[in-house]
Design a binder for this molecule. Structure first.
Ligand SMILES: Nc1ncnc2c1ncn2[C@@H]1O[C@H](COP(=O)(O)OP(=O)(O)OP(=O)(O)O)[C@@H](O)[C@H]1O
Ligand SMILES: [Mg+2]
Length: 263
């Protein structure tokens, strides 16, 4: 199903909303992800990326504003509706799984089934395909807990893919991955053409793979657009307080950011 994702004028603070009314953590954030687009959310530590993603997938309820999928407000629907449409990969890895890799990925099928529905051949095929996509099929029978950090992250991405979502929300999906798997994950997401919003710290990866970027600083969106328009040395200085050289990558023709290391 094609899916356009909107976060509109979202205001949110943790805890007591009255206390933070004057200066909320998320300050009237508006952003969009067009159907099939891969959009990156970039910004410094503590700028509000995870908080914004949480407001986007029906975990944290905004104090004001809306999150809509194809014009439907996600808070007007039951949690199961969101689970059927939006899959998330969080920054924190769950540690309490006494399950095999295959069983973890199978959890992704749950929103599409009724309570006592048996697993079908189709479910098994979707789970196997998702494990293939992330290169973890050979580990199907391993205990999830015994995997490395990067392997766990890939299995949790497989779980999100097995959900067959209309929207993928990923919080730093490449953070535990080696170079090969960073590139493969970004390529996979781009090829899937699922409407995707992902927070990404590696600006060169974001530049190379994302269709568009939203930049967040102090809980407010400060720039939105293609990597070429957004990633300038001036913006990086203002938002990240670093000096950089931004030129064009000779192969991808996307912006290439080189950090000027201070003495
Ligand atoms: N439930 C909470 N209670 C108190 N403070 C919170 C809560 N959630 C977020 N914060 C604070 O809000 C700010 C934004 O946090 P958030 O996790 O959204 O940042 P982020 O952009 O994802 O950062 P990072 O790049 O480090 O992951 C931080 O200063 C954080 O400490
Ligand atoms: Mg975060």
């Amino acid at each position: 199903m094609p899916c356009e994702f909107y976060i509109r004028d979202v205001r949110w603070s943790p805890g007591d909303r009255e206390r933070d009314a004057a200066s909320p953590l998320l300050k009237d954030v508006t952003l969009d992800v067009a159907t099939g687009e891969f959009v990156g959310l970039i910004g410094p530590n503590g700028s509000g990326k995870t908080s914004l993603l949480r407001c986007g997938f029906r975990y944290a309820k905004p104090h004001a504003g809306q999150t809509t999928l194809d014009s439907t407000d996600i808070w007007s629907k039951p949690p199961r509706w969101s689970a059927r449409h939006i899959a998330v990969l969080l920054q924190e890895l769950p540690e309490d799984f006494g399950l095999t890799v295959e069983q973890v990925v199978k959890i992704g099928r749950t929103p599409h089934k009724r309570l006592l529905d048996a697993d079908t051949h189709q479910d098994a095929a979707i789970v196997a395909r998702a494990l293939d996509d992330v290169g973890m099929r050979q580990a199907s029978d391993r205990m999830f807990l015994t995997l490395s950090g990067g392997e766990k992250q890939r299995v949790l991405l497989a779980r999100a893919l097995a959900q067959q979502p209309d929207v993928l929300m990923l919080d730093e999906p490449t953070s535990f991955l080696d170079l090969q798997h960073q590139v493969e994950l970004m390529r996979l997401i781009r090829q899937l053409r699922v409407t995707t919003l992902a927070s990404i710290h590696d600006l060169n990866l974001a530049a190379a793979y994302c269709d568009r970027l939203h930049v967040i600083a102090n809980g407010a969106i400060v720039a939105s657009g293609t990597p070429e328009t957004v990633l300038t040395a001036d913006l990086l200085r203002r938002v990240f307080q670093v000096e950089t050289i931004v030129d064009t990558h000779p192969v991808t023709l996307r912006p290439r950011i080189t950090l000027i290391h201070p003495e």
